[in-house]
Design a protein around this ligand. Structure first.
Ligand SMILES: NC(=O)c1ccc[n+]([C@@H]2O[C@H](COP(=O)([O-])OP(=O)(O)OC[C@H]3O[C@@H](n4cnc5c(N)ncnc54)[C@H](OP(=O)(O)O)[C@@H]3O)[C@@H](O)[C@H]2O)c1
Length: 192
């Protein structure tokens, strides 16, 4: 069995990832979110649900203890969140982190709205964790799985990505966490 915690489990992409992961017998899911009533999945009876705030270090550390994989699907003060996540993972010996950032965080000049996304990526890259940072393009609701990735340092491609594609990629990394270790990937729909 593999233990996976989703931070920000009420988020849009998290919802789709949960829908895929609850069907997998070898995964134990913990859903960490500020308010359990905001959870929109109706198939989570087998999941452990923890109400907590990522900015509350003690709550976070307790929830992360014993997990194999942390998947962070967050918004807000991402730098402070990333610092807490890295510290909690270091102190509990959890290595694998999947963190959703954004397209454009290495652009010069950096758009102010993207500063927290960039700072969070910087914090994570300075850690010893087995992280995978994802930098998706703009989300669509298209019912399709069609994506490609670019590595850090390569020009980002495309302008859109379906939420379903991003959720599929995240699920694959959770299934095969030995892939994309210490990678920082752009994710886009080809030719978009
Ligand atoms: N939309 C796009 O086109 C696009 C493109 C590229 C990247 N992104 C980024 O990709 C990420 C994932 O997207 P998404 O649409 O799934 O995001 P989302 O729906 O906004 O989900 C973010 C989640 O973070 C949670 N959260 C915020 N502060 C928290 C805290 N202190 N403790 C615990 N949870 C907290 C929120 O929970 P609450 O329910 O408690 O508020 C929310 O469920 C976001 O950072 C988004 O900005 C989006």
């Amino acid at each position: 069995m593999k233990s996976v915690i989703i931070l920000g489990a009420s988020g849009n992409i998290a919802k789709q990832v949960i829908d895929i992961l609850v069907r997998k017998d070898d995964i134990t899911l913990t859903l960490f979110l500020r308010n359990a009533r905001r959870l929109r999945n109706n198939n989570v009876s087998q999941c452990r649900i923890v109400e907590g705030n990522v900015l509350d270090f003690n709550q976070l550390k307790e929830a992360i203890t014993g997990q194999d994989i942390v998947y962070a699907n967050l918004a807000g003060d991402l730098e402070a969140m990333a610092k807490n996540i890295v510290k909690a993972m270091d102190e509990t010996g959890v290595k694998k982190l999947i963190f959703i950032s954004s397209i454009g965080i290495y652009d010069v000049p950096l758009k102010p709205v993207l500063k927290p996304y960039r700072k969070a990526a910087d914090v994570i890259e300075l850690s010893d964790l087995e992280y995978t940072i994802l930098r998706p393009t703009w989300f669509t609701n298209a019912d399709e799985v069609d994506y490609e990735t670019t590595r850090k340092g390569e020009p980002e491609k495309g302008s859109v990505i379906s939420q379903k594609s991003l959720a599929t990629l995240i699920t694959k990394i959770i299934e095969f966490p030995e892939n994309y270790i210490r990678e920082n990937l752009g994710v886009n729909k080809p030719n978009s």
